[in-house]
Design a protein around this ligand. Structure first.
Ligand SMILES: *[C@@H]1O[C@H](CO)[C@@H](O)[C@H](O)[C@H]1NC(C)=O
Length: 238
């Protein structure tokens, strides 16, 4: 699995802007379809110098209490971001974190991620809220969707993950393969696997209301964050 860290992955470096004082953080209101640039309330085209902030395993957010190099978002990290003139962050807000049990949203998770966005915004840094996923779910050696999403009986035994890349892996009670098996394959090639295509198809075809569940997760996230000036946009599925 590909792990991107805060310090090593620069997501969208376009141009550094003069540092924007927090009081001046203006809301991003639209994209200009002609230039494909972000426009703020003042009608200004905004430039971003950004980085990635995605925690790809439980608890699906960076540590907000203790400094952990690359994996926290405390004052020391904010100082680092500011010293690099970073004014935007792509923040992973995983479906697995928001809705660990089907139909039950984790308000603690939503509050912690909201606190992160607020902290960034107070320091002049915008947030692109990202439904992060790599190969969709843990059953497919990836992450993003909650465990309840993918079912092993969706495909016949001979076609289970990662067929045809390799013969199907043995799995635990949740249908999740061992990490040693996951590390033996190329994660990006897994997008061509039978079970992965099947899982995406179930979402897109709204099988068992899964597409509706995905939309409801986004509605919950957007409702929780709607007062935040610092949200520059929502990346519905990366
Ligand atoms: C909800 O989120 C909090 C904060 O990350 C976490 O400690 C807790 O275990 C989560 N609950 C579930 C059911 O995943």
């Amino acid at each position: 699995m590909k792990i991107l860290s805060l310090t090593t992955a620069v997501a969208a470096v376009i141009l550094g802007t003069a540092s924007v004082a927090s009081a001046e953080l203006s809301k991003i209101v639209r994209m200009d379809p002609r230039t494909q640039m972000f426009i703020d309330t003042e009608g200004r085209t905004r430039f971003f110098h950004g980085t990635n902030m995605v925690m790809k395993s439980f608890p699906w957010h960076h540590d907000v209490n203790n400094f952990v190099p690359s994996w926290s978002i405390v004052d020391k990290d904010i100082e680092t971001l500011k010293s690099l003139n970073i004014n935007s962050v792509r923040l992973g807000v995983h479906w697995a974190g928001v809705e660990p049990v089907r139909g039950q949203y984790n308000q603690t998770y939503l509050d912690i991620t909201q606190g992160i966005i607020k902290k960034l915004q107070d320091n002049g840094i915008y947030t692109l809220v990202d439904q992060h996923q790599d190969v969709w779910a843990a059953q497919l050696c990836g992450h993003g969707a909650p465990l309840w999403f993918v079912k092993s009986d969706w495909v016949v035994p001979g076609h289970r993950f990662p067929y045809p890349q390799k013969a199907p892996f043995s799995v635990d009670a949740n249908g999740v393969p061992a990490s040693a098996d996951c590390n033996s394959i190329d994660w990006a090639t897994s997008y061509l696997d039978y079970a992965v295509g099947n899982a995406f198809g179930r979402l897109y075809n709204n099988y068992d209301g899964l597409g509706d569940a995905w939309a409801a997760y986004w509605k919950t996230v957007a409702t929780n964050y709607r007062q935040l000036q610092g949200v520059m946009g929502y990346d519905l599925m990366n």
